[in-house]
Design a protein. Structure first.
Length: 150
């Protein structure tokens, strides 16, 4: 399926798959963590991707027209405008939003300096010892997708 998003962006979409029977989506709504579960087969039915443009969208069609929602590149997302009127040719209007990235979101940290040898520093007994405050706990949640039982 070929979809022209705007004059400068055309997507060559092909069917995609989430490769899971259930999709778990964790969001935050009004400061509360909310978990949503979606049937993977239902998501797969309308899921398309364009690897070259780094796009992944859900395309649905109803009596009002075609609705597209998802990522249309590494920095933009698209969604239908439900309150806007359709255009003269019957197309559903959509909004494209820029995705705001925080610093370091796609950065790789590397140690590039090569030390010539171990660095040792004598303790300075003349300075008062400062109490150490432990850092706040960090909770890591990991999802693993595997094609076989373990």
């Amino acid at each position: 399926m070929v979809m022209q998003v705007h004059d400068k962006l055309t997507l060559n979409l092909r069917k995609a798959s989430v490769a899971a029977p259930t999709v778990r989506l964790i969001t935050e709504e009004k400061g509360i963590t909310v978990t949503h579960y979606y049937n993977g087969e239902h998501v797969n039915r309308d899921l398309y991707e364009d690897e070259e443009q780094i796009a992944s969208v859900i395309v649905t069609k109803d009596n009002f027209g075609v609705h597209v929602k998802g990522l249309v590149g590494p920095r933009h997302r698209i969604e239908p405008l439900p309150v806007a009127e359709r255009s003269e040719d019957g197309l559903v209007p959509h909004a494209i939003h820029e995705i705001e990235f925080e610093d370091m979101v796609d950065s790789t940290l590397r140690h590039t300096k090569i030390d010539k040898g171990p660095v040792t520093v004598e303790r300075q007994l003349y300075w008062p010892v400062q109490p150490q405050v432990p850092p706040d706990p960090v909770y890591v949640e990991i999802f693993v997708v595997s094609d076989q039982s373990h």
